[in-house]
Every structure is written in C-alpha cells, then in structure tokens.
Design a protein around this ligand. Structure first.
Ligand code: IPM
Ligand code: MG
Length: 380
C-alpha cells in the first residue's frame, strides 16, 4: 500500500514537473502587450460575481456608463455583460469558471469583475485563480495610499506561480501526510520583476523592495530574489532592497519607517497576505482595488471576497463600493484613458476625503452602497 502511494506520488510529481517546464518555456516566448491608445474598439466585460458582488458592481457600472458615455456612443468602447460567473452556476457546471463564461471573457479585452465565492474544501477551484491562470494575468498590482501619513505604496505581486500554481494538486498520503508544491520559474519571475521596475522608472519611484523568505524557501524564493536582482541591474537609478516577509509585515505597522517604502515586489502568497494588511492600514479591504495584468488580457477587481456574512446579516446593501470603483480607475488607466481615470479619482477623493457628505461604513450605521453611488455620480 505504502509503496503504491509513493509510486503514484512520484508519477504525479513527474507530470507536474513536465507541465511546469513546458509552461516556463512558453512564458519565455512571451507576447508584447497591446497598445490601447491606438485601439479602435475596446470591449470591457462586466461580471457581477456573488454575495455583495452585484451590489457594488451596479455602482461601478453606473460610473463607467457616465464616464465613458462618449466612447460608448461612438462605438469605441463597448460594455459587455458576462453571464454565468455565479457560485450557483459554477457549482452546477462543476467548473471554477464555466467554459461558456470563459469564452465570453476571452472575447473581451479587459474585465471588471465582482468578487466570487470559493467554497472551503471540495474540489471547486477559486474563480480568481482559474482566471489568472487561463488569461495568464501575471502581475497583480495593488496600490495603497494614506496621504496624511505619507504612505504611497504599490505592490507587484506575482500572480500565476508560487503556492497558487499547483495549489489544488498537492500530494496526500491519507491519514499520514500532505505536501503542496510551490513553483517559481525563471521567465515567470523575470516578467513580474520587469513590470515592477518599469513602473518604478515610469513613475519616478526611488526604490523597490524585493520581499521573500529566501532564507527558508531557498530554491523558490532564492531564485525569485536572484532574478529580481538581475532585472534590477537594468535600472541603476532605482535603489533595490531585500526584505523578508515577516519583518516587512512588521514594518508596515511601524509608523516610524513605513512611509519610506514605495514599490514592493513579491511572490504570490506573500503578496496576497501583505496586501490585505496594507489595505487595512488604508481603511479596510473595502477600500482597495486590484489589477491583474497579462500581455493579452487584464482583469480588475476588489481585493476582498464576496462577503457572504454581510449578505446573511442583511447588510449587503451597505457594502462599500470604493474597492471596485478603484479597480475601475485602474482599468481606465490600463486602456489608455488616464483623463477619465483622473476624473473618477478626483470625484472619489471629494466623496471620501474632502467633502464626505455621504459616508459608507459597511454597516447599517453608514450610508448605503447606492446612496454613495448617487453621490459619486453627482460629483463625476
Ligand atoms: C485575492 C484573494 C484571492 C487570492 C482568493 C479569492 C483566491 O484573496 O485576490 O487576494 O488568494 O489571491
Ligand atoms: Mg487576498
């Protein structure tokens, strides 16, 4: 029995290794990204998701319709509803992203996506993880800012590798042990590092912090750190620092030094964890938007989940749409409409910082999601 299990695990490991090797070879031949400024037709897919998804997405849709009214009228931009990305449909099809839905998404250029529920246990993979892999969205970009404290951070989280690449395909010897796999590839690391340093250069940032646990995860994180430094050599004007994830988590709550960090570059799981921490420092996960960028596609979303507890307690209508609105702002920048993005950012600033006539708290004591949407529309 034991020998059979070991033989099966070896076989599984070999096939994973071969598959990931092919993947890394494909990545090494990576495509150029699209120039949206020259695009004649841009399709923006809108997928509601579950839980508070439809509630917050409604306000993002209204903002997009208003901001893009001209482009929609002229036919340059199309807003297209994507159907079937609900937990009911995903469970019914037993597919994390049903085939039909994936085909609709692939017919768009960019996607604005509400949060989707991932059941604990079972076999259904997270829709996010599936979409990031299927669309090869390798850069997860998450800005966080607290102007009054001088905090202006941007996180470049590798989005297709690390613990996520094979997260549902570990090995188990039931009742005895389990092993998951973590994958770091040369090409996969190079492209996320390039994205972070290019961003830093284009936006006048002085420093990039490479954050790993290379003292413990010697192979995977060791490689991530080494390649990140190789890429850094092409950007001599930018100071590169190495940090371990544990102390960096501590640094983010240390007001004496945190404002000196600017750009962070991290493997997938560390990026997942630290961006929730960073969002909390900004005012909660309800306030943070997220971009998932690849060379062909891009997907924009809130950093939080579908908040089923909020729906159960009847507080869904009080969900904060700020996260998805920030995602919309990033989407507009990505498709080369920076003035529209600035307009949205400025209206958000008036609504959430300077005027604050309508304040969402996420609970019944605050304004509803719709009331905030009305207020924002008035300021747009
Ligand atoms: C995020 C989320 C996802 C992740 C979940 C929903 C799979 O936490 O986007 O940060 O772990 O990446
Ligand atoms: Mg997360």
């Amino acid at each position: 029995m034991r020998e059979d299990q070991i033989a099966a695990a070896k076989e599984q490991f070999e096939s994973l290794l071969r598959e990931q090797l092919l993947r890394q070879e494909r990545l090494a031949r990576c495509a150029e990204s699209r120039d949206y400024a020259a695009a004649e037709h841009i399709v923006i897919g809108l997928a509601d998701g579950d839980g508070i998804g439809p509630i917050i997405m409604l306000q993002a849709r209204r903002a997009a319709e208003k901001l893009l009214a001209e482009e929609i009228a002229s036919g340059r931009v199309e807003l297209r509803e994507i159907s079937g990305l609900t937990i009911e449909n995903r469970l019914r099809c037993a597919q994390a992203v049903p085939k039909e839905t994936l085909a609709q998404i692939k017919a768009c250029d960019v996607l604005l996506k509400g949060p989707t529920t991932t059941p604990k246990g079972g076999t259904l993979e997270s829709a996010n993880v599936t979409l990031r892999r299927e669309l090869d969205l390798y850069a997860n970009v998450r800005p966080v800012s607290v102007p009054e404290e001088g905090i202006d951070w941007i996180f470049f989280r590798e989005n297709t590798e690390g613990e996520y690449a094979l997260g549902s395909r570990g090995v188990e010897l039931p009742g005895k042990l389990s092993m998951d796999f973590k994958v770091t590839t040369d090409a996969g690391t190079r492209r996320i590092a390039r994205a972070a340093f290019e961003y830093a250069r284009a936006n006048g940032k002085r420093s990039v912090a490479i954050v790993t646990k290379a003292n413990i995860m010697k192979k995977t994180d060791g490689m991530f750190s080494r390649i990140a430094h190789e890429v850094a050599a092409d950007y001599p004007e930018i100071e590169t620092e190495d940090w371990y994830i544990d102390i960096m988590c501590a640094n983010l709550v240390n007001p004496a030094i945190r404002s000196r960090f600017q750009v962070f570059l991290l493997p997938n799981l560390y990026g997942d964890i630290i961006t929730d921490e960073a969002a909390q420092i900004q005012g909660g996960v309800g306030t943070a938007g997220s971009a998932n960028i690849g060379s062909r596609y891009a997907m924009f979303e809130a950093i939080h989940g579908s908040a089923p507890r909020k729906i159960e307690s009847g507080e869904g209508d009080y969900a904060n749409p700020a996260s998805i609105l920030k995602a919309l702002e990033m989407l507009l920048r990505h498709i080369a409409l920076p003035q529209k993005a600035d307009r949205l950012a400025e209206a958000m600033r008036v609504c959430t910082e300077t005027e604050r006539r309508v304040v969402v708290t996420g609970h019944r004591d605050g304004a509803s999601c719709r009331a905030f949407g009305d207020y924002l529309l008035e300021k747009l």
